[in-house]
Design a protein around this ligand. Sequence first.
Ligand code: ATP
Ligand code: MG
Length: 448
Amino acid sequence: MTTETSPAARKAEKLVAVKGMNDILPASVPRTDKLPDSGLWQWFESTVRTVLGRYGYQYLLTPIVEPTALFVRGLGEVTDIVEKEMYSFTDAMNGDKLTLRPEATAGIVRAMIEHNALYNGPLRLWTIGAMFRHERPQKGRYRQFHQLDVEALGFAGPDVDAEMILVARALWRELGLVEGRDVRLEINSLGQPDERRAHREALVRYFEQHAGLLDEDSRRRLQSNPLRILDSKNPAMQAMVEAAPKLIDFLGEASLAHFDAVRAVLDAVGLAYRVNPRLVRGMDYYNLTVFEWVTDQLGAQGTVCGGGRYDGLIEQLGGKPSPAVGFGLGIERLLLLLQELKVPVPPAGPSAYAVVPPGAPLPQVVATLEALRAAGVGVQQHAGGSDGPGSMKSQFKRADASGARFALVFGADELAQGMVTVKALRDGAGAQQLRPLDDIASWASALT
Ligand code: ATP
Ligand code: MG
């Protein structure tokens, strides 16, 4: 700090969120960045719970902060994430090297090893939470973002690879997205490490023969991670990259049979996909099946969900060798897609709004609302300022804005008769009926 500010000025300074990290706010808070509101968020979360329950997946939470070594060992040293995207820091208290998790799989695997969780058999798991990557913020790409992460640990067969893909499809359908139109499936097989090695050697030979066409980034990757050159978006290299040796031609019988078995399930359930031989994914830990769900609606950030098999990771992180498969879904990207496509979202607000005229007996009003809520009705009470609840007009405006389907009006005349007025705000707007305060059970269910 070089400039001197008075304590008062410092106090008034506006503090803002860290760049690339966003607030998720209710729809009633106006914002300029068009980010999805918390209503959409909650609908997504409840849909996820329903769908994953149908497939027998169990929920878990792991810490947001993990030892840096977990990601270096788990993701691979020469990956975009570990090379340049991690939020790593030293714990000032004890010198531990820590990292804000950039993805969820490594932490889940760490937890399962730590708790000997696979001892009693395989596990199907899911979690939702914040991930952190130091990237250039843009639409669909943030420094704090959220993922749904689904993992099946201890299963070796192609059946669970197919199940992963179908879990995602079930989610699209439940959310009102149409697969093949709004989101498309791309799959590939990365084979086994020895097959990848043979392919890699052939690739390096090929790229060396075409060294004159490689850009600087690619030349650097030639020795460290030649597979990533296939990922290059440089138009000048496209034709050369297109003609490079394909991994699929290096796969042995077992790998091909695994891939064919996954495809046979997808074919049988009528799920269309494209085999994309250039789909390699960003982490080193993948083998055999990899897949991505992509959309054309979000510009450059078109991948909403990506995953695959990672049979070597558990052993690599110190556990007993066990196969595994999983996927990560970018929640912000998916919700942006739902917004873009104007997918109808079920209303989330209260079903009734209580209009409280000035002078209404508050204890009686509150007792009625409590009885309604106990009967399962969502009721929002109008609450005023120090000068009272405000005019009827302004209260009805609030009632409309709340999204409620009914207004409850606690007027003096109806209260005198032991009644409250129930007024329809939407369907059949304006229609109203008097309801008895001493027999709430007889009319509460009509408001839910
Ligand atoms: P990309 O190629 O877009 O950088 P990725 O391969 O790095 O994606 P994964 O590590 O596979 O992404 O993460 C799974 C999903 O998480 C992605 O498909 C995407 O939807 C989402 N995601 C990844 N990084 C971000 C980010 N910085 N901001 C928002 N969502 C992200
Ligand atoms: Mg990335």
